[in-house]
Write a protein that binds this ligand. Structure first.
Ligand code: AMP
Length: 281
């Protein structure tokens, strides 16, 4: 496995691979890799000849009071894990090269970035779309794999790719969970053992919502209320949002129909955790 740290070296490597007719699959991450990230690499491997994984903790997607400085980082560990799963190239740039002091350009998808996570993280998606666009120009992939874990992010990226005519196929891979249902996340490492137990309730509340829908409930308020009750029983839980939206536009639904996304964001102690399920009616 090759580790590339400079932008121009990565671009040259991408040009070389393309000139040889290789299909480049790309998995952008912020590192501190877990099985969720690795599932994306496996998905990319199935669909391409060479897999590039980027590891970059992107400062522009963190708000001023968020955990950028504390975000877990361990490049040596990540490089070993990436190699073990068959990653071909790890792109690991320096923040000063990606965002030099005189940096001025941002990409912004409107409207769908103002709901769900966008409400409490108003600059988050602008940071995500900016870094993903930059990485697309650097890695020059034919396809890129994102996780359903960050459902709104995947939705926003797809929209950006469509609106800006990026010639890149976007693949969204399912959420990888711990045995007890907790969605894997680099931020789970912040949880104390007691909070880790409480965190199981996030998935359980989503499963309760699914059961209610399966037994015929279609009123979003009733379902959200049940979910809220389950989560509020956890002493360290602070709900940011519990929402049920239409997957075509991310707008909240009152009466459930079509394909719906049930999504939540809850702070449990230090980390703010997100999770979701998609239900077809
Ligand atoms: P991150 O390093 O958290 O920015 O995540 C990098 C990519 O991995 C994103 O596309 C995430 O949606 C995806 N991802 C993170 N956690 C999971 C998970 N538990 N299952 C599937 N994909 C995930």
């Amino acid at each position: 496995m090759k580790v590339i740290t400079s932008i121009s070296d990565m671009q040259k490597e991408a040009d070389l691979l393309r000139s040889r007719g290789k299909k480049i699959g790309f998995v952008p991450t912020m590192g501190y890799l877990h099985e969720g990230h690795l599932s994306l690499v496996r998905e990319a491997k199935k669909r391409s000849d060479m897999v590039v994984m980027s590891i970059f903790v992107n400062p522009t997607q963190f708000g001023p009071d968020e955990d950028f400085d504390d975000y877990p980082r361990d490049f040596d560990r990540d490089a070993k894990i990436a190699e073990s799963v068959g990653g071909d190239i790890v792109f690991y740039p320096d923040v000063r090269e990606v965002f030099p002091e005189n940096y001025l350009t941002y990409i912004e998808v409107q409207k769908i970035t103002k709901v769900l996570c966008g409400l409490s993280r108003p600059t988050h998606f602008r940071g995500v779309t900016t870094i993903v666009s930059k990485l697309f120009n650097i890695v020059k992939p034919h396809l890129a794999v994102f996780g359903q874990k960050d459902a709104q992010q995947a939705f926003v990226i797809k929209r950006m790719v469509e609106d800006l005519n990026f010639d890149i196929e976007i693949v969204v891979a399912p959420i990888v969970r711990e045995k007890d249902g907790l969605a894997m996340s680099s931020r789970n490492t912040y949880l104390t053992p007691e909070q880790r137990k409480q965190a199981i309730m996030l998935y359980q509340s989503l499963m309760t919502a699914k059961k209610l829908i399966d037994t015929g409930e279609r009123n979003a308020l009733v379902i959200k209320e049940q979910m809220r009750k389950i989560i509020e029983k956890q002493p360290d839980a602070m709900i940011d949002y519990i929402e049920i939206v239409d997957t075509t536009n991310l707008q909240p639904l009152m009466k459930l129909r079509g394909e719906i996304l049930i999504a939540l964001a809850v702070k449990i102690g230090k980390p703010r955790l997100i999770d979701n399920i998609i239900v077809h009616l």
